[in-house]
Design a protein around this ligand. Structure first.
Ligand SMILES: Cc1cc2nc3c(=O)[nH]c(=O)nc-3n(C[C@H](O)[C@H](O)[C@H](O)COP(=O)(O)OP(=O)(O)OC[C@H]3O[C@@H](n4cnc5c(N)ncnc54)[C@H](O)[C@@H]3O)c2cc1C
Length: 419
């Protein structure tokens, strides 16, 4: 039983392809989502269908795997069953022999959940489309607004959090304005858009080297992004944000700052780290239950004295490791299972506007177009289906040359009630 069809769950399921098992993959959505490109859906570059792949489609040839759409709400590890809410059933128990929990994480507003109503985060497709609607609607409202003093608030976009997602979003909004929107409006000048990126820390992309952080910041500033570092967000409301005591009036604030794990630790009733991630053994199992594994963003494991980062590569490598471990155990080769998991860090990358990225891999540090080419190649390679690779590549090239976007639609429900 694999819970979660994200990077970790998908890798585990694929590793069981040739195993003599009956596998079940449960996810609350019907698709695998390539989260690293969510910001491109939020900024109109790509359509949701270009970064989401139906799980049934991905596994149509894997005959030993059944996909169930449902939300896991609990685990009884002694009775070896998970409890699942589906369309017409609540807490239906499903038995497992081996359990892999790969349920990822969600936003953390660091104790300020009231911010969520005004500053949505980027985590799923519905959220990305909602942010796209918000950004495009702000431009539409400004074009229709007679009072020019209100244009400034409508055309100010604030991103909270200068990690990879915040930096990528800021660069992408600048690209949207410069390459696409600038020629489409008549009453407003999209180039007057204000993009503000704020963070408590003193560097953008703090997980990268100082040199690459500085290069990324310089690039953002060249694109017209205002970078406010070392400043905490005091408040977020319908009028905008208050940063270090100063109000920035804005209709569009996006939260890109924090992540918290799924409640897997609570379901299992096991020890977690301070963030709530399940403390797993070196073989990724849960203490006292060798048949229960937790992987990816919802697991906590130290390597060489440092916690493993919450990135796709960790989840994928852990998924493959666990899939292979189960395969071996089913074959009766239990002694090989105890070889501890070891993460091989291939490096990190982040995009800063069209055609520019930073890349850090061991001693290699690159920024600019060559890094962007590497970023593009790696991201295309890891999309779940080959048809998506072709579509996304063609879309990037098309947008680069023409400025036309994958989807500049505001998708909203309109009430059919008569007034
Ligand atoms: C906007 C954004 C950008 C990112 N960019 C990068 C990047 O550039 N590079 C990088 O390496 N990492 C990036 N990451 C992080 C990366 O996506 C995660 O580390 C990775 O997805 C973790 O994989 P996972 O399998 O643990 O969880 P996920 O991939 O999040 O998958 C979890 C799955 O579990 C399902 N699920 C959750 N709860 C339940 C439940 N109760 N019942 C059933 N199903 C459930 C979800 O629907 C989802 O399909 C980014 C993350 C975000 C949000």
């Amino acid at each position: 039983m694999i819970v979660g069809g994200g990077f970790g769950g998908l890798a585990a399921a694929r590793a069981l392809r040739r195993a003599r098992v009956r596998a079940t993959l449960i996810d609350r959505t019907n698709h695998h989502l390539f989260q690293p490109l969510l910001y491109q859906v939020a900024t109109s570059m790509l359509t949701p269908g270009q970064i989401g792949s139906p799980l049934r489609e991905i596994f149509r040839k894997q005959k030993n795997l059944t996909v169930i759409m449902g939300e896991v709400v609990g685990v009884d590890k002694d009775a070896q069953c998970v409890f699942v809410n589906s369309v017409d059933r609540a807490r239906a128990p499903i038995h497992y022999d081996y359990l892999v929990l790969a349920t990822g994480g969600q936003h953390s507003y660091f104790g300020h959940d009231e911010f969520e109503a005004f500053a949505p985060g980027l985590k799923d497709l519905a959220g990305a489309v909602a942010i796209r609607n918000k950004i495009l609607t702000a431009f539409e409202q400004a074009e229709a607004e007679e009072d020019p003093t209100r244009h400034r608030d409508l055309l100010t976009f604030v991103l909270v959090g200068a990690g990879p997602t915040g930096v990528e979003m800021a660069g992408a909004i600048a690209g949207l304005v410069r390459t696409t929107l600038r020629s489409q409006f008549r009453r407003i000048d999209p180039l007057s858009t204000r993009i503000v990126l704020v963070d408590m820390g003193t560097r953008v992309l703090a997980s990268f080297s100082e040199k690459l952080s500085a290069a990324a910041q310089k690039r953002l500033e060249k694109l017209g992004v205002e970078v406010g570092l070392g400043k905490g967000v005091d408040q977020i409301d319908a009028e905008g944000v208050i940063v270090a005591g100063e109000r920035i009036a804005s209709h569009t604030v996006v939260w890109t700052a924090g992540v918290k794990p799924s409640p897997a630790g609570k379901w299992l009733g096991v020890a977690t780290d301070r963030a709530g991630r399940v403390r797993v053994q070196p073989d990724l199992s849960v203490p006292g239950h060798a048949e229960v594994f937790v992987i990816g963003d919802t697991a906590s494991l130290d390597q060489d004295g440092k916690p493993l980062p919450g990135v796709a590569q960790v989840a994928m490598q852990q998924g493959r490791y666990v899939g292979r471990s189960i395969r071996r155990r089913v074959k009766g080769k239990r002694e090989q299972v105890s070889r501890p998991f070891r993460y091989f860090d291939k490096g990190s990358m982040a995009v800063v506007g069209v055609g520019y990225a930073v890349l850090e891999s061991h001693r290699l540090r690159l920024h600019g177009f060559p890094a962007w080419l590497a970023w593009a190649g790696v991201h295309l390679e890891f999309l779940a289906q080959s048809s998506l690779r072709v579509g996304v590549f063609l879309q990037w090239v098309w947008t680069y040359w023409t400025g036309d976007r994958g989807s500049q639609l505001i998708v909203a429900h309109h009430s059919t009630e008569s007034p």
